[in-house]
Write a protein that binds this ligand. Structure first.
Ligand SMILES: Nc1ncnc2c1ncn2[C@@H]1O[C@H](COP(=O)(O)OP(=O)(O)OP(=O)(O)O)[C@@H](O)[C@H]1O
Ligand SMILES: [Mg+2]
Length: 225
């Protein structure tokens, strides 16, 4: 089991009132699964991903990733754990604007003091078809290219868990299709467990199963034909 979240609750204060976004949510992800999460805007999908990444903590409940309970770790331990085990891809890419493509990809390796970080980053960039864009800065790249850099950065650490939050959400349909095909190919190849938030039925169909977020919990979701 790569992810085991039990009875997660998350309450935010909004305008002075508590709003319960997650209400006793359970989730289990087996190794190698690709699981889609669908659901209406504002119902807690990104919040769940933050909790699984240890970027935020639940109001109540526990999260285990790769057998380790996130709530038992200090901020520093969490940062190390994340850099070793969890890759994250966002809708808005979140590349470091002052770093080149290859520097963005090598950064997680540098943080872990991995030997030959630069060489490994170069290989990762080549695998996403960006061998010719190594020294470009994010502003010099197209949206699809930026997302490919983000994919290379997420996968360069060989994460046990890959979290993708609407990764094709800011790309046009054709570019989104191409980049997502690439993502799924790499994920299958590496056997990485992926949790993917998407509004796109075509992407949901590429996953091994799907869940619907509603009322702060997850329900099995029938993938449309
Ligand atoms: N840091 C925060 N402080 C206060 N409220 C928050 C915070 N983060 C999220 N929320 C609220 O929690 C709810 C769920 O937000 P979340 O971003 O998880 O939704 P989502 O399902 O990802 O939506 P979308 O599909 O639009 O991305 C929203 O009402 C949002 O306003
Ligand atoms: Mg969201």
């Amino acid at each position: 089991m790569i992810v085991e979240a039990k009875q997660l609750y998350k309450t935010f204060m909004q305008g002075g009132y508590p709003v319960e976004v997650l209400s006793g949510l359970d989730l289990q992800l087996e190794s190698g699964e690709t699981v889609a999460i669908v659901g209406q805007s504002g119902n807690g999908k990104s919040t769940l991903l933050s909790l699984l990444a240890g970027l935020d903590s639940p109001t109540k409940g526990t999260v285990e990733v790769a057998g380790q309970e996130l709530g038992a770790m200090t901020e520093e331990e969490l940062a190390i754990f994340r850099s070793r085990n969890v890759g994250i891809i966002f809708q808005q890419f979140h590349l470091m604007s002052n770093l080149t493509a290859i520097e963005n990809v090598s950064l997680p390796l540098e943080i872990m003091r991995t030997p030959e970080a630069y060489t490994k980053a170069a290989i990762a960039l080549e695998r996403v078809g960006l061998g010719h864009r190594k020294t470009h800065f994010p502003y010099q790249l197209s949206g699809g290219e930026k997302q490919r850099v983000a994919i290379a950065r997420a996968l360069v650490i060989n994460p046990k868990l890959l979290l993708a939050d609407e990764p094709s959400g800011s790309l046009d349909a054709k570019t989104g299709d191409q980049v997502m095909k690439l993502l799924f190919g790499l994920v299958k190849e590496s056997g990485t467990t992926m949790l993917l938030v998407t509004h796109n039925d075509a992407l949901v169909r590429l996953c091994s199963r799907a869940l619907l977020m509603r009322d702060g919990k997850l329900f099995p979701y029938q993938i449309p034909d």
